[in-house]
Design a protein around this ligand. Structure first.
Ligand code: TXA
Ligand code: MG
Length: 318
């Protein structure tokens, strides 16, 4: 199994020898390797069992370092980046040759983000290269929000997990691209659409595809537990299941007929930030129960509710 700790020197040593570690961020834990080194990048795809058509996000500790690897940053993205980074915000930019094609799945554009976590910022500041880091889960499964989540699934494949505690946001970064005078939102995440609207009214939310039609994050089975998930099913649909063997993932309230011990409430007080923070951890708990079905419900389509709904829709398989 992997060692779990807060030793930045050890983390650097491993990365410098082209190996991978897991790093904490405010969104989810990342599986990190040297973004400029093809060996490290290959290992990321192997360890995650990730298809090569799904590009990786590159992480740095400041905006100046991003400019070293891209052709230019449009003014509006610069303004947004200054305000929203470090934070759960990822921008797509035209890359220079320094970024290997393997990172971007052959695209001439690269995704950059500055994670808002003190340990990872410190690590990134000390490294001479940026880190490519997808979420540290096997491809298609729920993203990890604690070091233990990473250990449970990838612990046998990596040497070290940098432990930064529980992720404060709990949802992946919002990914945007400025194209044809519009802000294209490729993935809804920790920065809300409402906050993006403070910078431009020209926003296009891509619901079912990203710049790449077979893209990532858009695959139906993404973020999915192994147990089938159903969104607010009609009573008739529940009838096919044994009530004792149903689990519930709800926003604020439990359901009457289903055993209370099988029900997880994301935020009793109705706080969307709290619900987002608990979402992936609670999905994992339900997925480890001896049940046949997970019932969930959609959130209000505001703030982080939109990103939560997006994850739930992708997790829903029946
Ligand atoms: O919050 C996050 O962004 C986390 C933490 C670890 O930073 N990372 C993360 O990475 O969620 P991952 O690999 O699970 O999702 C990255 C997604 C890809 O699935 C893809 O949709 C998009 O980012 N992406 C990356 N590079 C891209 C590019 N060049 N063009 C379009 N989409 C890109
Ligand atoms: Mg992911």
């Amino acid at each position: 199994m992997a060692d779990i700790g807060t030793d930045i020197n050890r983390a650097m040593q491993i990365l410098n020898s082209d190996e991978l570690i897991a790093i904490p961020t405010e969104t989810v834990y990342g599986l990190a390797g040297n973004a400029l080194n093809e060996n490290s990048i290959l290992k990321i795809f192997q360890v995650k069992d990730r298809p090569f058509f799904d590009p990786l996000i590159v992480h740095t500790n400041n905006l100046e370092r991003i400019t070293d690897y891209v052709k230019y940053i449009p003014d509006i993205l610069m303004e947004m980046a200054n305000a929203l980074m470090p934070g759960p915000f990822t921008i797509i930019l035209e890359k220079t040759k320094a970024i290997p094609d393997l990172v971007t799945s052959g695209s001439d554009k690269v995704a950059f983000r500055i994670p808002n976590h003190p340990l990872s910022l410190k690590l990134l500041a000390e490294l001479s290269y940026p880190l490519a880091a997808p979420s540290a889960n096997p491809f298609g499964y729920i993203s990890p929000t604690t070091a233990k989540h990473v250990q449970d699934q990838l612990g046998h494949k990596i040497e070290y997990i940098l432990d930064g505690g529980e992720c404060a946001v709990g949802l992946e970064s919002t990914i945007v691209e400025w194209k044809e005078n519009k802000l294209h939102v490729l993935r809804k995440g920790g920065i809300t659409i409402e906050s993006l609207l403070e910078y431009t009214k020209e926003i296009e939310i891509l619901e079912n595809s990203s710049s790449n039609p077979i893209a990532p994050g858009m695959l139906k089975s993404h973020y999915a537990p192994k147990i089938p998930v159903m969104i607010s099913p009609p009573l008739a649909a529940i009838g096919n299941y044994n009530i004792e063997r149903i689990g519930v993932l709800a926003f604020q309230k439990t359901r009457k007929v289903i055993p209370l011990e099988n029900q997880l409430i994301l935020s009793k007080s109705g706080d969307l930030n709290e619900a987002a923070r608990n979402l992936f951890a609670y999905m994992r708990i339900l997925d480890s129960m001896d049940i046949d079905l997970i019932i969930t419900e959609l959130f209000p389509e505001i703030g982080l509710g939109r990103a939560i709904n997006d994850k739930l829709r992708r997790a829903a398989t029946v």
